[in-house]
Structure formats: structure tokens, C-alpha cells
Design a binder for this molecule. Sequence first.
Ligand code: SF4
Length: 279
Amino acid sequence: MREIDVKRITEKVRDLCIEANTDLGEDVFEAFDRAMAGEESPLGIEILKELKENARIAKDEKVPICQDTGFAVIFIELGQEVHLVGGDLTGAIFEGVRRGYRDGYLRKSICHPFTRANTGDNTPAVIHTEIVPGEKVKVVVAPKGGGSENMSRVTMLTPSEGIEGIKRFVVQRVKESGSNPCPPTIVGVGVGGNFEQSALLAKKSLLRSLGSKNPDPELDQLESEILTEINRLGIGPQGLGGRTTSLAVHILMMPCHIASFPLAVNIQCHVQRHKEAII
Ligand code: SF4
């Protein structure tokens, strides 16, 4: 059994909150370049250039990529040979979020749903914990913006709707979202599981590197078919027209109940931020 003090998790979460909000992954920069090469709209190309420049300035000057620094969504993979000491895991994560948003001068965006009173420190965070083999802890911080999250949906298709039903729902969701999720977007899709699991699959699919292939060839094909349809909608960068409405579609799937066909769409804006560390 390996002992890990939860203070180390607090420190990591703090650092990752700041890094994720200021340092956009190179895979996103490369996706901007690919999009510019394929974009026909001059205004669309101009906007993609500006998004790239904005992200580059944020990286160089260590300032947030966007004013919306997101809901802190934390994925923990906890090795079953690890014994956490020095406090409780949830408290340690919340403290990391608190420090990260304070020290990084990141906007605190979390409030009471009724009164809208701000909690003041960007807590609580949303934490997804998975127990895995081994003696390490993996921490992923994925701050999620409100504009794109608002456009996300879960639905329960009927089993007979099949793959065509998935395509129809996902493309329609992107169409109805228009400029609201700050396109170009990344469209996370969760298929199967049950109601809540499909939403989690959709969110987790966003952690995959942009430009990477889906390891399942059938899903890889479906991703490219849906992306082609989405990019025919003409919404374009920031909703001002063009081919680049989405940079990618990512799908995760798992078996479901014989009576059900859960489907979730989690839309992610171009600020596709997540950082991870292993302790
Ligand atoms: S949806 Fe994304 S780009 Fe738009 S305001 Fe929110 S975080 Fe920023």
C-alpha cells in the first residue's frame, strides 16, 4: 500500500486549474490550423486567426484564455493500492480549486441556483472518481464554460432509431445551438449506458486529443460522417458563417439496457481545456 498525502492532490489541483485556463493544448492550435486551411469564408479565417492569437497570448502571458474560467470538473483515477492520508479527498480537491482560482485570478463562476449568490471561491467542483488497479493517482482538471454546457442535452432514443437517430439528434442539437456555444466547437457524444452514464461518456469523450482517431473503427467512421454534416450547416466560427462549425466529434459508447438507447451531447467551445498529472 502506498501512502499519499492529500495535500499533494490539493497542490496538483491548484496548479492544473491555472494551467488548464491559460495554456491551451497544442492539439487545439493544430486543429485551428487545419480549420483555417479548409475554411472558405474570409471572415471565418480571420476569426480562427484571432482565436489562435488569443490562445497564444494567454499561453505566453499566463492569463485566462476566456473570461469564463469554467466549472471545475475533476476526474480522479485512484489506484486501489493507494492509501490517502492527511484529510479527505473531496476536501483536498475543493481546496485545490479554491487556491487555483484565487492564485490564478480566475473568475469565480459558481452560484446558488435560486438566489444566484456566488459561492465566492469556485467551489464546489464536480468530481468523478474511478477506482483503478495500481498505486498511483491520476488527476484531470477540465474547466467547463457555461455557454457551451448550456447547449448540451441528454435524450433517450428508442432502440429502433439506430445510428440514423444519433446523427439526426446530434446535428440538430448543433444547428439549434447556433452561435451560443462559441463555435468552432468540439461535440462530445455519449452513446449507451443509462441516463446519467451517457452524459458522463459525452463529457469524458472531450478529453481525447483533437486530431486523434477513435480506436473503434465504426465510431471513427460515425464521427467523421457527423462532423461532415455539422460543417455543412454554415454556422461557422463564432456563428458568423463558414465551414468550420465544429473542429471534431468525439464519441464514447458502452452497452445499454435492451429497452433503451441513451444519447448525450456535451458541446465544448473552442476553449478545449484540460490538464492532467499523475502522482
Ligand atoms: S462557451 Fe467557451 S468561449 Fe464561450 S464564453 Fe464560455 S468558456 Fe468562453
